[in-house]
Write a protein that binds this ligand. Structure first.
Ligand SMILES: Cc1cc2nc3c(=O)[nH]c(=O)nc-3n(C[C@H](O)[C@H](O)[C@H](O)COP(=O)(O)OP(=O)(O)OC[C@H]3O[C@@H](n4cnc5c(N)ncnc54)[C@H](O)[C@@H]3O)c2cc1C
Ligand code: FES
Length: 365
């Protein structure tokens, strides 16, 4: 356990894209969620925008994995960075983090990155909507605003399965109690709760949303949670004639699970040319001249990695720009390219993590 923080008195600011960090503390938030607190090594002050995420690359059983985690802490407390991670028992990285990270464990962070943050998107009246571990970007924003005692009008709706699953329960209650501009509503979805829960129950719906936030249309909405939850939020808002330009969300889906259904609906269906609709297509790597056959539903980044080609990645959702490569020829479908600057697009770069082939393609790797 690191207890002497005297070395933090004179510090460098967080400037590098890769930062070695040491775990300081682990907090069991709920039965399947832990917060890991880290300091930089050597000590630095962490600068990031509330809502942004960092990337971690881990080698587990000889295989490299990249994952993104939102910084749940606030840049107003810059000495320590918190990652709050939900355990996915069938996943690769979250079980490793839950089992192995303890005080003294060293990791390397990449970033920070992400446009889903409350500095690039600013507003005087906000509505934070989260479900499950999607609370992490909201918590960073809420901590940031409350630490600064800003007069911003903050309404926070947080959904959890049961009372046991309410992440940051005590801190949220304290923020609600201490801040006149902060209003919290926690809603549990599971029936038959063990605890005598006096709060709201049930899933999100338009009536509930309007009842909880009557001035909804005046607010900027930040939303994060499971894909189905975010879709529900969007359709409720649309049903209430909410201006969707004021709606912002972040997906935690690391690119591998929703892609097939997205692609099925987005691929052009051309019965004249079945190959255009379904593939397979030839993918050529110009540096080696190697060509492989790729299905239309195969994620490009995953395929490049499967071919043993070293390629950077972090968010795996099209938000950070780490996985960009130059496309020499061919057509692709990209689901999200928020993380790619227009000038890079003009130069022919694509984000491989959210891209699927639409024809034979050659990449400059
Ligand atoms: C910007 C961003 C921020 C994030 N912030 C957070 C955060 O603050 N907290 C947090 O807990 N998480 C966060 N995540 C999610 C996190 O990055 C990981 O995706 C999550 O921890 C699961 O990783 P894993 O390695 O444990 O699971 P993975 O190995 O990625 O598997 C995830 C799930 O997919 C299933 N699966 C894997 N491969 C396949 C396949 N081929 N076909 C079908 N199913 C498959 C697994 O069984 C498992 O259920 C964030 C993600 C992004 C993109
Ligand atoms: S890995 Fe972040 S944009 Fe692809």
């Amino acid at each position: 356990m690191i207890t002497d923080l005297s070395h933090l008195k004179s510090l460098e600011s967080w400037a590098s894209r890769k930062t070695l960090v040491t775990c300081l503390n682990v907090i069991q938030e709920t039965p399947d969620v832990k917060t890991f607190q880290f300091v930089a090594k050597p000590a630095q002050l962490f600068h990031f925008k509330p809502g942004q995420f960092i990337g971690i690359q881990l080698e587990i059983a000889g295989k490299k994995y990249n994952r993104s985690y939102t910084v749940a802490s606030s840049p107003t407390r810059p000495h320590v960075i918190d990652l709050t991670v939900k355990l996915d028992n069938t996943g690769k990285v979250s079980p490793w983090l839950h089992d192995h990270v303890r005080p003294g464990t060293e990791l390397e962070f990449r970033g920070p990155a992400g446009k889903f943050n409350c500095l690039d998107i600013s507003s005087d009246k906000v509505l934070l909507i989260s479900a499950g571990s999607g609370i992490t970007p909201m918590m960073s924003m809420a901590r940031f605003w409350c630490d600064q005692a800003v007069s911003k009008d903050i309404q926070f709706l947080s959904w959890a399965r049961s009372t046991e699953d309410i992440i940051f329960r005590r801190e949220l209650a304290l923020m609600d109690y201490q801040n006149p501009h902060f209003s919290l509503e926690v809603i549990c979805t599971q029936p038959g709760l063990k605890e005598n829960w006096l709060g709201r129950r049930g899933r999100i719906n338009s009536n509930l949303l309007l009842e909880l936030v009557p001035d909804l249309t005046e607010r900027t909405v930040f939303c994060c949670g499971p894909e189905a939850f975010m879709l529900n939020v969007k359709s409720c808002l649309q049903a209430l004639n909410f201006d969707m330009n004021a709606y912002h969300d972040e997906s935690f889906d690391p690119g591998g699970k929703k892609k097939a259904s997205q692609i099925e609906t987005q691929q052009p269906v051309n019965t004249q040319d079945k190959k255009l609709a379904t593939g397979p297509f030839n993918l050529t790597f110009s540096k080696t001249g190697k060509t492989v056959s790729v299905e239309a539903t195969e994620n490009l980044l995953e395929r490049i990695e499967a071919e043993g080609i070293a390629i950077e990645s972090s968010c795996r959702t099209g938000n950070c720009g780490a996985c960009q490569v130059n496309k020499v020829s061919g057509e692709v479908i990209t689901v999200n390219e928020t993380g790619l600057h227009q000038d890079r697009k003009n130069e022919g770069y694509i984000l491989t993590c959210t891209t699927y082939l639409k024809s034979d393609v050659t990449l400059d790797i």
